[in-house]
Design a binder for this molecule. Structure first.
Ligand SMILES: O=C(O)c1ccccc1NCC(=O)[C@H](O)[C@H](O)COP(=O)(O)O
Length: 210
């Protein structure tokens, strides 16, 4: 039996994009609460988007080395269900909130993902993204999927440079719990393109035939 792969569409800043993502079958949407991002959204705007969502769509807050207060304030205002730590947050920092979390790891050669899995064993999964010196996330670039160990003891979310043209192959090769996309379904930064989301979702479904 082929396991269905979950989908998170990240960098949502508009109600219409969130509703398109939900209607086309996304399981989660992500709000970037790192103020330096071109996809950053205000917590109250995120809250208005969350209110419009149908049931069973998770709302994920994305952070890069935030303060405790910022996480608590944004989580409340935006009605989050999951936290995503994308910086150098310690396991102790990530564990202190009332919401579950996933830890983003920026992958490059030489990385020991098994060690990260042991360190963040309380996380609900590792989000594997592409390392870049310039940007902590949302780079639009893929990493070498061969760096993912077969025996990773946590569910992982494959991320980094995915789009409709490569997502089926990515799923076939790595067998993730979920995939995460931002640049690959955008018209411009922070604004999603419904046709691209639809093609991406089709790519995910096609992976079930490979
Ligand atoms: O998207 C951002 O601007 C961003 C900035 C800082 C930290 C994380 C960020 N995005 C997090 C995500 O979950 C993205 O979906 C993930 O990095 C993949 O992005 P992309 O390669 O553009 O699909």
């Amino acid at each position: 039996m082929v396991m269905p792969v979950h989908v998170k569409i990240c960098g949502i800043t508009r109600v219409e994009d969130a509703l398109s993502a939900a209607r086309l079958g996304a399981d989660a949407i992500g709000f970037v609460f790192w103020p330096k991002s071109t996809r950053a959204v205000l917590p109250d705007i995120a809250g208005q988007i969350t209110e419009k969502l149908p049931a069973f769509v998770s709302t994920v807050g994305v952070y890069v080395n935030p303060t405790r207060n910022w996480v608590e304030e944004t989580a409340t205002r935006a009605g989050l269900t999951l936290l995503q730590f994308h910086g150098d947050e310690s396991p102790e920092f990530c564990n202190q909130f009332s919401l579950p979390y996933i830890k983003a790891i920026r992958v490059r050669s030489g990385i020991d993902l098994l060690q990260y899995a042991a360190r963040y064993s309380n996380s609900k999964g590792l989000l594997l993204d592409t390392y870049s010196v310039n940007m902590p996330g949302g780079t639009g670039h893929v990493f070498d999927w061969d760096l993912i160990p077969q025996d990773l003891p946590l569910p992982f979310i494959l991320s980094g440079g995915l789009h409709s043209g490569n997502v089926a192959l990515a799923i076939k090769q790595t067998r993730p719990w979920a995939v995460d996309v931002s640049s690959g379904v955008e018209a411009v930064k922070g604004i999603k393109d419904e046709t691209k989301i639809s093609a991406f979702m089709q790519g995910v479904r096609n992976s079930e035939c490979l």
